[in-house]
Design a protein around this ligand. Structure first.
Ligand code: V47
Length: 381
């Protein structure tokens, strides 16, 4: 029986009998993986081998001094309203009108008050602002909100508005998406979150979100933001009944866009939660499928520096394990998450810095608090 050595993982993956060896050779030689390589990863049952590949790819795209870092940000979610004209069938958060049960709408003053009352306000780095699409949330509202937030909390970066919201605002105001982005940027908009992408598949879109912007429009708006010097993220909402090929294609669309405009910081494979939605829970990914998807994302996206596990959706334990499957970011403290919790997520709504540090250390990595743009704030050696 073979005795395990410190290099056992490398010996194992480079063994000629391992079907993943050809992909490993490409990864260490920095050769771009093809769609067929993607299929080979998906079709392999060698989960540990896939983990070794993804971990190797993570190290290769990471500067040596940051090799073992796992990042998070001290952030605060603001969902201004759940009133939304969207008709996405996976969404448990939205309400059709202000009169609907549990519909809410916060004023700028209420938002500022809430943030002021948050005990961690001095340490905050990021506002994550995503809301329903409704005429009351017009450009004027956002300008007022961003200016007021900046005046009251100048140390906090504003990451906000998905591409779908930018598109909605453009149509509402009779402007182009570029004009909307330029205007918001001039009033404090710092970067864009990765939401609203769902799965870049016309088939799934037709079934579950036919009124949403197409994936071409989503990619175009992110490209516009990148050209204006704004960074952004990209998500994939898995568990909607999409095929593995559709997931792989989605990742490849992101890779192509990144080749052109280069502004994506992080790719985030999300997981659907099903309570109060019209999506069949039978579509949920298993643990092994989630780990494969993290690894596949890391391996195919050789041009995106960070892969995030959003612990709110994956849970703390899966997120910790994902750190051996290419993930190097755990989002953040979050505070007040609504979108996933209204769909039944059983994770907490926030996490403390101490818990994040503990979880990362237990995975043998170095916890690093970052800001939105991945500038290092503190290394917890
Ligand atoms: O766009 C909606 C998804 C997204 C459900 O950029 C659902 O740093 C699960 O984009 N079950 C919002 N997911 C979350 C998001 C995000 C999260 C964390 C970090 C970043 C970032 C972005 O949540 C939506 C949609 O794709 N979503 N409904 C649901 N039932």
């Amino acid at each position: 029986m073979a005795i395990l050595t410190p290099n056992a993982s490398q010996d194992y993956i480079t063994a000629p009998s391992n079907p993943l060896k050809a992909i490993y050779d490409k990864v260490v030689n920095r050769q771009r993986l093809t769609k067929q390589d993607g299929f080979d990863i998906i079709n392999s049952n060698d989960l540990l081998g896939i983990g070794i590949l993804a971990d190797t790819a993570r190290k290769i795209v990471t500067p040596p001094e940051r090799q073992d870092h796992v990042y998070w940000v001290h952030n605060y979610h603001i969902n201004i309203t759940n009133v939304c004209e969207g008709t996405c069938r996976f969404c448990a958060f939205s309400r059709r009108s202000e009169k609907a049960m549990k519909a809410y709408f916060w004023t700028v003053e209420e938002i500022v008050e809430q943030v002021r009352n948050y005990p961690g306000v001095a340490e905050l780095s990021e506002f994550h602002i995503v809301s329903g699409m409704t005429p009351k949330l017009n450009l004027e509202f956002y300008i007022d909100l961003f200016e007021t937030l900046q005046a009251n909390f100048p140390h906090v970066h504003i990451k906000g508005l998905t591409a779908a919201e930018i598109d909605y605002l453009a149509k509402l105001e009779g402007m182009t998406s570029e004009e909307v982005l330029k205007t918001l940027k001039a009033h404090g908009h710092g970067s864009m979150p990765g939401g609203g992408a769902e799965v870049f598949s016309d088939r799934v879109r037709e079934l579950l979100y036919p009124d949403k912007i197409t994936h071409w429009e989503w990619l175009e708006i992110h490209g516009l933001a990148h050209k204006l010097g704004m960074k952004s993220n990209a998500t994939l909402l898995a568990g909607l009944g999409e095929t593995w090929e559709e997931r792989l294609d989605h990742i490849l669309y992101v890779r192509d866009q990144q080749d052109q405009t280069g502004g994506f910081m992080t790719f985030i494979p999300l997981n659907c939660w099903y309570d109060n939605t019209a999506v069949d829970p039978a579509n949920a990914l298993t643990g092994v499928e989630n780990l494969k998807l993290f690894a596949l994302s890391r391996l195919m996206l050789d041009n995106v520096p960070y892969i995030k596990s959003y612990w709110i959706q994956h849970g703390m334990k899966m997120s910790q394990v994902s750190l051996s499957f290419g993930v190097n970011d755990l989002d953040g403290t979050v505070t007040q998450e609504k979108i996933t919790h209204m769909a039944g997520s059983d994770t907490p709504q926030a996490i403390t810095k101490a818990d994040l540090v503990h979880m990362i250390r237990q995975a043998g990595k170095i916890p690093v608090e970052r800001d939105t743009l991945y500038n290092i704030k503190q290394i917890f050696e």
